[in-house]
Unconditional design. Structure first.
Length: 275
């Protein structure tokens, strides 16, 4: 049985949907503004070489607060801190926008995101300040720049989290991993940390919508969401080809997703009790 590591103290699950959705959305925006302003203020009070670390602490706190705001219960098997302090590339299956908050909270570091996010009002500013790496998957030049950016972060001893499937899917089958990020990992000699995520059977968290705003609206109106997370053993990237590294990581994530699905039973019971 995987332990519950996040169970919102104040649940909005029993509020009527027409009240719950706007309340959560407003809280999301206010939390984002508050954390960003506080981080910037704190950064101004410390030495320049300490500012990135200060922002990283606020960023992880922000991700946790967002999960609580949207009434997300998280179970966890495995230790994200086991590889803390060494260069690591965290890779997982991608099913929901919530995946980003989960990995951002558990692992910290930089995230790889869709390129158009950088131009979004407000959220784009926050993402750029957080050191997000943006990629346009239809642009080969963008892909080459992203590989270089990932390699530089890893060589500096950082953490980069990403979803090598390239987009979201609505089931537990892990699609073939794109090789680009693994080129960066192989060249840096980092650890690759596989992560499997499985959501409760309601399907409310799954990104089936055409736009991010529609997806956010559906998550905001959900009475509660459960996600089971499994962290696997790190894979050494040194002396491994990018193709083999991608293959190993894909297989590991698939096994972890299957195990995470088995962990969802307790999450379902928790969610049912709160409704």
């Amino acid at each position: 049985m995987a332990p519950i590591v996040l169970d919102p103290v104040v649940s909005t699950a029993r509020l009527p949907g027409p009240v719950r959705a706007p309340l959560r959305s407003a809280t999301f925006l206010s939390l984002t503004a508050g954390f960003f302003a506080a981080a910037r203020l704190h950064q101004g009070l410390v030495a320049e070489d300490e500012r990135a670390g200060v922002f990283a602490l606020y960023q992880r706190g922000w991700f946790r607060s967002l999960l609580e705001t949207f009434d997300v219960t998280v179970s966890l098997h495995g230790d994200p801190e086991a590889t803390a302090g060494v260069a690591r590339m965290v890779v997982g299956n991608h099913r929901s926008a919530i995946d980003v908050a989960v990995l951002g909270w558990l692992f910290g570091g930089s995230l790889l995101s869709r390129g158009d996010l950088s131009s979004w009002p407000f959220l784009g500013t926050v993402a750029r300040a957080a050191g997000t790496i943006f990629v346009d998957r239809d642009d080969a030049k963008s892909g080459a720049l992203v590989v270089r950016a990932i390699r530089e972060r890893l060589r500096a001893g950082g953490t980069v989290s990403l979803f090598p499937e390239g987009t979201t899917f609505d089931d537990d089958r892990v699609r073939p991993f794109r090789r680009g990020s693994f080129v960066a990992a192989a060249r840096s000699g980092c650890r690759v940390v596989p992560v499997g995520l499985a959501y409760d059977s309601s399907g409310r968290a799954i990104f089936r919508d055409r736009t991010f705003l529609a997806h956010l609206g559906r998550i905001s109106s959900a009475p509660g969401i459960g996600v089971a997370v499994r962290v696997g053993s790190p894979i050494a990237a040194a002396a491994t080809s990018s193709e083999e590294l991608a293959r190993q990581a894909e297989a590991a994530v698939q096994s972890l997703v299957i195990a995470a699905r088995a962990d969802c039973a307790e999450l379902e019971a928790r969610l049912a009790a709160r409704r």
